[in-house]
Design a protein. Structure first.
Length: 168
């Protein structure tokens, strides 16, 4: 299985710094921002949580929200893959093997994980990656900077002292 990792590196004004890591060992710095405004996010929430459950007469609003998913995915794709020509070239090589590709979203912040990565879509392909690839999310765990360990066992000292008193 081929693995592509999108790893959050930090939060900046209005978005995230991240790296796009390919199995080849190549990494590319990227900047990712939420493709939606707060209102678009609310419209999408309404669409999935209310309208699809109980369709109403607001079909124009629903159609607009449904179409926004594709726009969101294509915008996210451009930020991740098309911001660097070399990264896009490596992606183009992988595109022939999407059914064997796993995309890992690795992050420390819930905000980065909250992006709709399942909508990620190449504008040249008919459907989002989540149909053909495995997309998984992983929490990035920082290693402890200090390791505490016991250098001397003190249990034996108390036992020897008591045993020694009994032997006298």
């Amino acid at each position: 299985m081929l693995v592509l990792t999108i790893r959050e590196e930090g939060i900046n004004d209005g978005g995230f710094t991240a790296t796009l890591n390919f199995d080849s060992g190549n990494s590319y710095p990227i900047t990712v921002t939420d493709p939606f405004t707060n209102q678009e996010e609310k419209d999408l929430e309404w669409y999935f949580e209310e309208w699809l459950v109980f369709p109403t007469l607001e079909t124009d609003k629903a159609q607009k929200a449904a179409n926004s998913v594709q726009n969101y995915g294509e915008n996210l794709f451009k930020q991740v893959f098309q911001s660097n020509l070399n990264a896009y070239g490596e992606y183009r090589d992988l595109r022939k093997q999407l059914s064997q590709l796993q995309i890992i979203i690795e992050s420390q912040s819930p905000e980065f994980q909250a992006l709709h990565w399942e909508a990620l879509k190449d504008p040249d392909l008919p459907r989002p990656f989540s149909i053909d690839c495995i997309i998984s999310r992983r929490e990035q765990v920082k290693a402890e900077e200090q390791i505490n360990y016991l250098t001397k066992a003190s249990i034996g000292y108390g036992i020897e002292k008591r045993v020694g008193k009994r032997q006298k």
